[in-house]
Write a protein that binds this ligand. Sequence first.
Ligand code: GLU
Length: 608
Amino acid sequence: MSSLYVARGAFRRQALPRCHHILFSRRNLLGRPARGEEPTPLLPGAPTRTRFAPSPTGYLHIGSLRTALFNFLLSRATGGQFLLRIEDTDQKRLVPDAEEKMYEDLKWAGLEWDEGPDIGGPCVPYRQSERLPSYHYHVNQLLDDGRAYRCFCTPEELDAMKRVAMSEGRDYVYNKTCSHISAEESAQRAANGEEHCIRFRPDSQNPVVQDLVYGMYKSPVLLDDFIIMKRDGFPTYHFANVVDDHLMEITHVIRGAEWLISTPAHVALYHAFGWEPPQFGHVGLLVDQNKQKLSKRHASFNLSSWKERGILPIALLNYVLLLGWSPSRDSEETSEVMDLEDMIERFHLKFTRGDVIINNKDEFFQKAHMRKALDRDSAGEASPLAPLMPQFILALEICEEDRRSQEDPSAPHRQLGVRIGPPLATWVDSVESLNGTQDNPFSAIPDRYLSKIFHLNGKTFITPASFLKSNAYILWEVPEQEYMFALTNQRNMLHKVAVREGTEKETQPQPRKISELATTLLESLEGVPAEGWTEENIKSSIEPFIKSIGYVMDTRKKFEAWGWKFLRWVMFASASGPGLIPSMVFLGKEETLARVRKAHRVALSRNV
Ligand code: GLU
């Protein structure tokens, strides 16, 4: 047992140097002048080394994503480095796929690290379970200096002490039994293989912590002789964290306020080693409207729930960035909508103190970034919409499954026509495969096709499911019964058109039958050649007709051409959705004419 704590051979002899070969580059990663050249009181003048140090005992959530973002931005804003360190010393609570998922989620979010377990770096290894010799070396140093001692108390004895403290209504603190054991006896008992942990022996005075957010912080109670090395030979978080932050030359530690209370213990360790602590900044915790700490119970806690809802990564980053931080008011740039470059440009170290209540501005950021993403997508850049595609495909599959479960009257997408949008025919090898019985026909749909759908109406995109719901007739055909349902409304409006014309004493002869209107529309559209099936050509061919068939009063008491409502009935059975003419171009001439004919058939069958 004792051998676990004795650094042998090379480790004993070599002084475990810090990563002195780390070169602080003043080269800014985005190619703008290093911040260090014009120091601002809100940002360090020199490049910083920051880290994100998750424990793989759970998955990334919005609180930890925010911490990672702050550290990432600080390193980027100062031309420094951002490290990823996996803190897996609590072996009992490890979640098997948490580490892998952490990489995946951070990459999804666009937060790239410069050093980490997967990519290496000058301070390898970056996984704490692989750094045990280093912890043992340092723990031995403290033992040698009398700043730590072995504690042979058994877990049962410690539990009994805790129970007594509880029954007496006081906080449990270790009673220091083993701190009086002589160094010789302690070493002998360890050499005999007696199980023990190692405790730190703090100074009689607590150190003061200088925090970026909370200012001077001193713990109100004296530090306990806290454990730095557990009986299983693994260091505690407190110890490993300090040793690693020092050896990895971390200059700034931005983390959740829940760690503030432990920071005096960390600073005490720094002092015991004679090391300079990093600059700490403890950011307020995220809480719900009832001031309850955000936890797994909350829908917006887990990153996966945001991904499933189809949020753009940059929208989520923008949302979490502004939870407890805001851009400087002095800046000329006032917009809160920021891409990663803006965030780096505007980042500073002034955070809100205290708990941060989460708000519902996520929708606002999603819409704003969706608009930007669509513009960038049109400009032909690597598609910023790509992260949405898997969720979109999933939503499509669910929609299609619902549609197929005709026997279930509550299935929300029963009203979709059986055929999946004809324009797909030009995008996939065989459109039959999409309409066939294949289990997962949608995986064949290329991203470029889906991104076209986003372009039709993407500005309203919030989640893939809601987006599909309001754009379903772009992908699926409109069934006759939907035309029937919506027809009543058309007839009522037709009546209003007549009334309005009566009022205005318009004498223009009007075809009074919807079927006749459909015939005229069909004739105009047939006149547009398939090879010239463009927005301009369609518009110029149908606009005079659309505008000629009267006006209705809308809900804001404004008159609008009824013809557009009629056209929406023809194309989508009056369902809301994308713009009509762009949709006609997207669907193609053949499908557009098929819809007009179907609408005509329905009107004829009702003799209207
Ligand atoms: N492993 C700790 C956590 O997951 C890190 C805390 C810190 O940043 O020091 O919260």
